[in-house]
Design a protein around this ligand. Sequence first.
Ligand SMILES: Cc1cc2nc3c(=O)[nH]c(=O)nc-3n(C[C@H](O)[C@H](O)[C@H](O)COP(=O)(O)OP(=O)(O)OC[C@H]3O[C@@H](n4cnc5c(N)ncnc54)[C@H](O)[C@@H]3O)c2cc1C
Length: 373
Amino acid sequence: MKSTQRFDIIVIGGGIGGSAAALRAAQNNLTTLFLIGSKASKLRSRSQWVVNIDNMIGFHEGIIKDQVLASLRRANHQEAAALIEGQHYHINNRAIIKNTLERLQADYADAVTIILEDCKTTQRVDDGFVATTESGSYQAPAVVLATGIMDEQPHIQVHDKSGNIIDSPRAIYPFANRETALYCIRCEGHLTRDDAVAVIGQSGTTAEVAFMLHERYGNPVYILTNGDEPTLSETTHELCTAYGIEIIRDSITDFVSAGVGQLCGVTFTNHPPIRIKFAMIAMGTYRVYNDLAQQVMANLIAGDLPPEQRQIAISHKGETSVPNFFAIGDAARLIDEPTMKQIYTAQEYAVRAVDTIDHRRRRKMRAAALAHD
Ligand SMILES: Cc1cc2nc3c(=O)[nH]c(=O)nc-3n(C[C@H](O)[C@H](O)[C@H](O)COP(=O)(O)OP(=O)(O)OC[C@H]3O[C@@H](n4cnc5c(N)ncnc54)[C@H](O)[C@@H]3O)c2cc1C
């Protein structure tokens, strides 16, 4: 059995929050173990789904294009300049995460150890926490957990490889990959502003998303419950009628494509087909990856949802109910505040958490230095 390696901090989860935390920890010169997770956990997370970020200032191709084009001013650069001018450079989660890993490896290799495995267990010990993966065991006085969530997906009946009919979410994936199936009202809602949109789900939250789209953009909006009975109040029904939002209760039989990943309609068991350009999936959370927080007995947000769908309760520092065990990003939520599942909030809480850990560590150094004198 290998001995337990020690670090100042263990960061678990190699998505947006974890990458921001690992970079901040490295820049604060903390010895950092960064457990970025396996290919399988990456595919099960939101980190891979964001194809084009356009809701944040600074994250825009125009900044880089301007600088590159400024260095291509000579006559023999014209062809290259025209090529760059005509390209669309997506800035997405994959690119951000890849770039952060490259920076950590190039500039902070002394401070950061990166391991491409899932963390299997976390455990409280006298002076901190022990985290284990398949191949090792690691200890630190503080942990930052950023393992994310996964959205509930609409299922429709499809044929599997053996020709059997099964309920599967896979029909929506090609559209999700091209941002015509959307998941985030704050980051992607504006894309629908000129087009008809179907909001998929059956709850009050689904209706709220439909109302927000209609009130902001005045576009035609449908609610598709995909065979489920809507759980909407009387007032919600009245507002749907007032806004001309049709609630279609039939099961969806297909998402119609107008080219690679381009959604153009939905078909149903009985209802006539509808033409839409976007679907907004508003079915709630399928899974919050909170197991490692539960293992150290950190509190989850209270409520009626089953534990696997409840976010981890945190303070304004990003700290859970367990001192020095922090949780950030989509998997975490401030008590009594709305959820903020965004790239910039994951990054902000990464910095809050790591700076708190750094502050506590330095406070101990000071106390030790004074005790020594
Ligand atoms: C379609 C879509 C579009 C979006 N667009 C935007 C946008 O334009 N702007 C914006 O601000 N936000 C956007 N978001 C939200 C944004 O992607 C998330 O808020 C952000 O990715 C959350 O970061 P995170 O670190 O909490 O989780 P994630 O980025 O999902 O990362 C979680 C990571 O944890 C790892 N992991 C899981 N379990 C383990 C384990 N046991 N051990 C080790 N690692 C583990 C996974 O491999 C994964 O890498 C969008 C979300 C979706 C779904």
